[in-house]
Design a protein around this ligand. Structure first.
Ligand SMILES: C[S@@+](CC[C@H](N)C(=O)[O-])C[C@H]1O[C@@H](n2cnc3c(N)ncnc32)[C@H](O)[C@@H]1O
Length: 223
């Protein structure tokens, strides 16, 4: 049986076209109402000059940053998504899997003052990737992560482990995606173990929703 990690990236190869459609037609209500704005405000709050969008997908956050005169570089493991980002005007956007980034097999630049990952950290073995990203930051640079809120996503089972997203309710052809659920302490420990210090934690929430839509962490490189 293939490892969930390889099935995960493979699912993005399969789902790329449907994902582009979903994002560009505004099909994800929580993004429109809460989480897009949350990460954009957080990025602007850091006043970065040189940003890496890790797992940039079809590139909406690259375009939003370019509109705000922020120089942003993208990287993603799926070539179709990267091509869509480039075709929509973003440059440079690199194709590289997280495994390749850990092994430094692809040059994606360095001296970033901010690396952001918007719902793109879905695999289990996250510490080597954090450590590799740490090395691409300037001293005092920051890693920003927006992810599913652990308490909202836990569904009564609050422990680290693989789950499956089946994309029920999404239009188009989707292949189920394995993803790794992580508790809050698991996120914080992984950051700590890869040389980061948490500087901010937000729980973006819509006023009419009883639960937070995401968890937004900012951690600075410990020098
Ligand atoms: C939910 S999408 C988020 C995309 C984008 N950040 C956004 O906000 O729309 C997750 C992204 O993570 C990327 N990804 C997942 N696992 C990866 C891996 N092992 N290596 C590289 N990219 C990966 C996928 O290709 C996909 O673009």
């Amino acid at each position: 049986m293939p490892a969930p990690e390889s099935t995960l990236l493979q699912s993005w190869h399969h789902n790329a076209q449907s994902w582009i459609e979903a994002i560009r037609t505004g099909a994800l209500e929580s993004r429109l109402k809460v989480t897009d704005q949350a990460i954009l405000l957080a990025v602007q709050g850091c006043q970065p000059e040189h940003v890496l969008d890790l797992g940039c997908g079809e590139g909406w956050l690259l375009r939003a940053q370019a509109e705000r005169a922020i120089k942003a570089v993208g990287v993603d493991g799926d070539a179709t998504l990267v091509e869509a980002a480039r075709a929509a005007g973003s440059w440079p956007v690199h194709v590289a899997s997280y495994e390749e980034l850990v092994e430094a097999e692809v040059d994606i630049g360095s001296d970033y003052d901010l690396i952001c990952a918007n719902f793109s950290l879905l695999h289990q073995d996250i510490i080597p990737l954090f450590a590799a990203m740490n090395a691409l930051l300037v001293p005092g640079g920051a890693l920003m992560i927006q992810t599913l809120h652990p308490w909202t996503a836990a569904m009564g089972d609050y422990q680290d482990g693989w789950r499956e997203e089946t994309f029920v309710g999404f239009k188009g052809q989707w292949q189920p995606m394995p993803w790794y659920f992580r508790t809050l302490s698991s996120w914080l420990n992984a950051l700590d173990m890869s040389g980061f210090r948490l500087v901010s934690l937000q729980e973006p929430q819509h006023p009419q929703s009883p639960v937070p839509q995401s968890l937004l962490l900012v951690a600075e490189r410990r020098d």
